[in-house]
Design a protein around this ligand. Sequence first.
Ligand SMILES: NC(=O)c1ccc[n+]([C@@H]2O[C@H](COP(=O)([O-])OP(=O)(O)OC[C@H]3O[C@@H](n4cnc5c(N)ncnc54)[C@H](O)[C@@H]3O)[C@@H](O)[C@H]2O)c1
Length: 270
Amino acid sequence: MSGDGVGRLAGKVAVVVGAGQTPGETIGNGRATAVLFAREGARVVAADRVLASAEETRELIEASGGEAVALEVDVRDEASIERLVADVVARWGRIDVLHNNVGIGAGDNNALDLDEKAWHRIMDVNLMGTWLTCKHVIPVMREHGGGAIVNVSSIAAVCAAPLLTYKVSKAGVNALTHQLAMDHAGAGVRVNAVMPGLIDTPMAIEGVSAAFGLDRGELRASRDKMVPLGRHQGTAWDVAHAALFLASDEARFITGVVLPVDGGQSARIG
Ligand SMILES: NC(=O)c1ccc[n+]([C@@H]2O[C@H](COP(=O)([O-])OP(=O)(O)OC[C@H]3O[C@@H](n4cnc5c(N)ncnc54)[C@H](O)[C@@H]3O)[C@@H](O)[C@H]2O)c1
């Protein structure tokens, strides 16, 4: 076990899909989750379309004494997911935790200005990709008596959002989570989601400021103001800790839950 963890995932094999990150000055949700899972004793598969970025995550984990391997996968390509799952099973024999972090929004727009190609690209990555990893990992979990899946959604799924495809894809992730939870509860496979609100990650700050020509400081300040709890965005560690709980045996009686990690933002609709 590495770092300060107490072994909440000791003995488990965890596959984090989207474990690399958009370059930037803060840590991303996927990378933080992979690092935290390893710190809590999991052997971590850091999988990403960008292998070099997954390798950086592996290096971070190994530098703090954890065990990880970096593997390439493109969640739009079913054959590449099949290869990933076969590789993990050949290497470590089982998969106890699947964390689906991959999500994109670039090129999205409102319903009237949205381009059809952008719609398909975002739906394929965010929704189809999440389904496909579950499709190939769940049989492995069922064979070994169960497992835990954590899907990364967004409060965009339930709040008004300016970007249509991202919202619809994340609403789909919530529905997928509910359905898979019901379908596989009898086999001990738990399926939950975290629903992050405004999180200070490179995808949200560097990515959005570059796409829309915004000043990073002003973007941060405008996002901070929208968060009820402390008027401050969350960090990737907030998302990672929620995912850790849902992935761990502490959540053994919890399935089909979509957990907001949003400083209270979605409580407005409650
Ligand atoms: N930051 C926020 O404010 C916020 C809010 C709500 C939800 N989220 C969600 O958090 C998740 C992303 O968080 P992050 O900070 O780790 O983002 P990130 O962009 O830093 O990391 C995502 C990783 O996914 C990889 N990826 C992209 N397409 C892929 C594909 N087709 N196959 C495999 N890997 C692919 C990227 O290479 C990248 O390394 C997304 O699901 C996003 O929707 C973020």
